[in-house]
Ligand binder design. Structure first.
Ligand SMILES: Nc1nc2c(ncn2[C@@H]2O[C@H](COP(=O)(O)OP(=O)(O)O)[C@@H](O)[C@H]2O)c(=O)[nH]1
Ligand SMILES: [Mg+2]
Length: 211
């Protein structure tokens, strides 16, 4: 059993990644992606989401403009082996004590960490988030999300961002196993949306089913 912790600054897309993964599981599309195997949802708990005050939102699960207060959690099972895995996604706003507690707790109980970054924003404040995380394994995974928002030479920019992230973690003696480039939303007007949406379940299966 693998416990994944999805960690990263506010709004990088942690909750979206979790929701998208659940969608693949529920629709059975999980078998169609690279390395796909049949899996089922055991539990999908998004009760940690709070709708943003002033918004006109009906359900924290369906709407986008939510803020994660308590860690969200998904438990899923590989049908063939019956192995269950858990993914935890705490909030990113570590200035709030209750959110910070979630981040620290998840970083302790996770056996694998995915550090999530948004490609469209400055990396420096995104790094600051990780300065607070005290318990890190010596190897982690990196997810570069919102690839649809990268303008210009995608490959070059992704390489530059990857190098900066590697440098940041190397200073803390943390090595990166693999970098996954993803799109955590079903965005329109992006030709490669399916490919990069698929990278989300591909990433999670790679980390869980291949252990
Ligand atoms: N364009 C784009 N928007 C995204 C992507 N992933 C998430 N978002 C949006 O980014 C915002 C923050 O996402 P959320 O999952 O709440 O981030 P979290 O704070 O890390 O949990 C939401 O409006 C999402 O719809 C992506 O890959 N591309
Ligand atoms: Mg969130």
């Amino acid at each position: 059993m693998v416990n994944i912790g999805l960690l990263g600054d506010v709004s990088v897309g942690k909750t979206s990644i979790l929701r998208l993964f659940v969608r693949y599981l529920k629709k059975g599309d999980i078998e169609k992606v690279e390395g796909g195997v049949k899996c089922s949802v055991v539990k999908a708990d998004f009760s940690g989401e709070a709708t943003v005050p002033g918004g006109n939102k009906e359900s924290a699960l369906d709407e986008k403009e939510t803020k994660t207060i308590h860690p969200n959690r998904i438990v899923f099972r590989e049908d063939a082996s019956n192995k269950a895995h858990t993914i935890f996604a705490p909030g990113g706003d570590r200035r709030r004590a209750v959110v910070k507690m979630g981040i620290i707790t998840i970083s302790r109980i996770a056996t694998q960490i995915i550090a999530v970054f948004s490609c469209d924003r400055d990396l420096v404040p995104q790094f600051e988030f990780f300065n607070d995380v005290r318990f890190f394994p010596d190897h982690i995974y990196v997810c570069l999300n919102k690839v649809d928002l990268v303008e210009g030479d995608k490959e070059k920019i992704i390489e530059e961002v990857t190098n900066k992230i590697k440098e940041f973690f190397e200073k803390r003696k943390i090595e990166i196993n693999e970098v996954f480039v993803t799109c955590g939303e079903k965005v329109e007007n992006f030709d490669e949306v399916e490919k990069y949406n698929n990278r989300v379940p591909e990433m999670i299966l790679e980390i869980t089913t291949k252990q």
